[in-house]
Design a protein around this ligand. Sequence first.
Ligand code: GLC
Length: 538
Amino acid sequence: MFTLDLVEQPFTERGSRLLVTAGPDGLRVARAEYETPLDQTTELTALVVRDTDGRTVPVASATPSEVAFANGVSLMFADPATLVIAGQHAHASWRLSDGTEQAVALTGCHVLTGPQGSWSATAVRAAAEARWEEWFARMPPVRADLAERARMAWWTLAVNLLPIGGREGLVPSKYGYVGVWNWDALFHAVALRHASPALARDQILLLLDHQLPDGQLPDVVHDHGVLAETTDLPRSDLARLSEHVGRANGVVPSSEPVPVTKPPLAAWAVWKIHQTDPDLPFLASVYPKLVRAHAWWFAVSDPDGDGLPEYLHPYSSGLDDSPVWDYGPRAEPPDLNSYLILQADRLADIAEAINLPTEAARWRSQAAAHTELLVARRWDGTRFRTLAGGEPVPVRTALDLMPLFTGRLPVEVAAALEQELRSARYWGEHPVPTVAFDDPTFDPDAMWRGPVWLNVNYLLIEGLHRSGFAATADELRLRTLAMVRDAGGLYEYWNPLTGARATRATSGFGWSAALFVDLAAGLSELTDDHLDGKTITP
Ligand code: GLC
């Protein structure tokens, strides 16, 4: 078990909207809601426990199962909607959001938030402990030096689970991202497959349940519906986007509604779950939907019809403020077509598994033809070019290296990308910066303008393996794990110069937790000697 700091790690539960955090005048209870700051959902503040002499009693420890005060009083979840405070010979007081002061002399179990009912403290504690014990028992084994961070990650995955869109979905963070985001769900599924393949499959189904009639997968599934086009965007997002999209060349987004989605990695995630826990009926049930989602990119998201789809909105790339978007609202960094090529190969794998050999062959030749087109049109002899509004733009981002993900590049092209990754442009103590160190827009703290993100590293690690660069893949994996281990938390993104949390990154971030666990699982064959022996110097 590990202890919660009640600042970065709130006391909360799987399935619960309630978050208990430390405030200036005692504990605070707030609710996690879609796009709503916690100060607008606060249920109570200034929760303080006093002994019979009126002295304030401090919190002695906070664990996943209880917040324990020094005099034996405990705060626990009786169920996801019910927080109880239990103890004897003590007083508790707090302030409701309308300003009303409340106080109670504790003689057993008192419901603090939630429907009134009678609970036994002993039974509530025993159930909470059993629940957490069972969850932690399912954590994949990891190397000793990674165990503490892995436990924190494993806890994060559990508490970020909430009923959303008709299933149990994993939200990116109860601080600020309360919904199921498309590609986040896929990364979450990659880790959940180790503990509960059914829960992993639910993350996929949650997205597919909300597929649009034309095949598009939404960007977000949330409590009030979906975010699938620009008219669904919260006002704050529109303001943020208008600040930077097109600022380098003055191209302004049109006011016409544009679809909003996330990169096409669903078949990739489905196949990973299948490799861990084969389930042919599941494959057969999702295959037609994955096929329609794949076709959507060519039918709707390839405005110039050149067979190389583009992102029609920054959010669809998942890299909201990347400098790629400084050149306007329509862009084609090299990752999108790389994902589509891999997706065609995965659709081929699925088609083979469910006995559709003709379709499988068609997908394979599509993947080969798509790769040829990507190389012929976008490889300039030294690099893959990013286009915005159909024109090449000067930015260098880690997405330039993503064609490695296909595993289908001509040998000399793949070798050039691996060399580029190992050059001073991208390699350092804490690779991989999302924008090249020598790009004029590089900023080590600004979201997708430089910081390290675990999903980009994870996809590159896979790509390196698939393209035959196992040693570089292993070193990137070890460096990524060491950075997360040493920085202190499961942040959203990290500063590539220091390896520390970047200034505005949130914590308790779902895919950082998920991908850290997945990268750490099965690492036993890689030791630090291995790292020392193969250190890459740019
Ligand atoms: C941010 C990220 C995006 C992610 C979302 C939810 O908007 O840029 O990639 O999907 O948060 O975590």
